[in-house]
Structure formats: C-alpha cells, structure tokens
Design a protein around this ligand. Structure first.
Ligand SMILES: [Zn+2]
Length: 255
C-alpha cells in the first residue's frame, strides 16, 4: 500500500513508526513539503529512508508566499536534488486561509505558474492543493501553462463538472479517510476512474467518524481500502493492487 500524500516531516519518532507501518504493509509514502525548510527536512528523511519515501518539495498554498530569496534557494535545491525528488508539492491555491493571507489570489496564481513551470522544466509531476472554486482555476492554469504536466489533485472537493474535466484530462485524484464517513467524498470517489484513483491520509491531519481520537497515520489506508472494496463490491486485494499501481504510475517512475 502507498499513502499518496502525507506530511511526514511533521511526525516524530519516525524510525519506530516507519518500521511499524512497513510491517503492516505500507510500502511507500509520498511525503510532501510546505516551504523551503520543510523541503530540506523531507529530503533529509529521503536520505534516511530512501526506499520508503517519494519526496515532494513545494510551498503549501494556505501559507504566506515565500520570500524571493527563499524561492530562489528552493529552485537551486530542486535543481541540485532533482534525482531524489519525486514531485513538486504541495502547491496550489489558497482557499481556507485566503482571508488571512497577505497576498491576493492573483499573486498566488502567478506563483503557481512559476511552480508548475519549474515542475515541467525538471520533468516532475505535481501534487496539488486545489479545492472548491479554486480547483477550476488550478485546472485551467495547468491546461494553459503546462498541458503535458502529470498532476495529482489531492483531497479534491470540486463541482461535478470540474471533477469530470480533471479526470477526463487524465489527472490523478485522491481520497482521504473522510471517504469512509462523509457523503461528499463518497460521491467524489464514485466519479474517479479506477486507473486514476489514489489513496492518501494527508497525515497528521486528524479525521472524524471511525478515526475520531486516533492519530492519523498511513495505517488508515487499509481502512479506506476495506471500506471502498465493500462499497464497490470488489476485493480489498484488487483495490490494494490497483491503487498501488496508480501511485506507481503517478510518482514511482522516479526515485
Ligand atoms: Zn497536504
């Protein structure tokens, strides 16, 4: 099993944890980053656990934009570490925090263009945070600026027509543990073609329903698989293999 989106650098005691996760069948995680310092930390983890981690370097869009100096340093980091990076992410547009952020949505859109062009230049896929009405804007930026870029819309929440456009373009979409207890995410899961579905925890983000009070870890992936298998009347074994193949198609051809 692969957790296709997690903030691994936010966890402590990783040696112990990873051993436990691997014993439970988690083969890899896509570890995304939130800023320059976080990108460095993720790459340090990649050094420690090279086979377990697919490293993403990026700037979380629900945070203040990086300084010019930080972005320039990050560009140099991506260039020098290119062979150890699996994706540019997490990047996208702000939605939840937009009222509290100092820059305009327009400025974030321009920054996103810089990020997707960087991904294209290095032949890297992108892990996207693009939710609600921002999903359409991000989709249109991809189509206009980098139409051949491979992209993963993580924890997507979007109007049905936008979701259809995203999947028709071949982009990957992931569901989180929320799919086990929230109708909105169940409807989304039903719209994602079998070959484009990824599973993620966005850990350590906390979940509710059957996960209330439990720390989010990649071990939740198995619960998602069991839930979806039952719902879709298919076998957990099939879904485990399919979503793993999908993650491999999206991220795995790079180290
Ligand atoms: Zn995330």
């Amino acid at each position: 099993m692969i957790d296709a989106h997690i903030h691994l650098e936010k966890y402590d005691n990783l040696a112990e944890r990873i051993e436990k996760w691997q014993a439970a069948g988690i083969e890899k995680v896509v570890a995304v980053s939130n800023d320059l310092a976080s990108s460095y930390r993720t790459l340090e983890l990649k050094t420690q656990y090279p086979d377990f981690i697919l490293a993403g370097c990026g700037f979380h869009p629900e945070m203040p934009l990086p300084t010019h100096a930080d972005f320039q340093e990050w560009l140099r980091l991506v260039k020098s570490e290119r062979e150890r990076i699996a994706c540019i992410g997490e990047i996208g547009l702000p939605h939840y925090e937009i009222e509290n952020l100092p820059a305009s949505l327009q400025t974030y859109q321009e920054f996103l263009v810089d990020c997707v062009k960087t991904a294209e230049e290095h032949h890297l896929p992108v892990a996207l945070h693009a939710v609600h009405d921002k999903a359409k804007i991000v989709y249109e930026i991809l189509k206009k600026e980098t139409p051949s870029l491979s992209a993963h819309f993580h924890w997507l929440k979007a109007p049905a027509d936008v979701t259809r456009n995203i999947t028709a373009s071949g982009y990957f979409v992931s569901v989180t543990p929320e799919v086990c207890y929230r109708e909105r995410d169940q409807q989304l899961a039903a719209m994602i073609p079998e070959n484009q579905l990824l599973l993620e925890t966005d850990g350590p983000w906390p979940f509710q329903g059957p996960f209330t009070g439990h720390e989010t870890t990649p071990l939740f992936i198995e619960t998602i698989i069991n839930y979806l298998a039952q719902k879709n009347n298919t076998s957990p074994h099939f879904l485990r293999q399919k979503t793993k193949d999908n993650a491999w198609n999206m991220y795995g051809y790079l180290k």
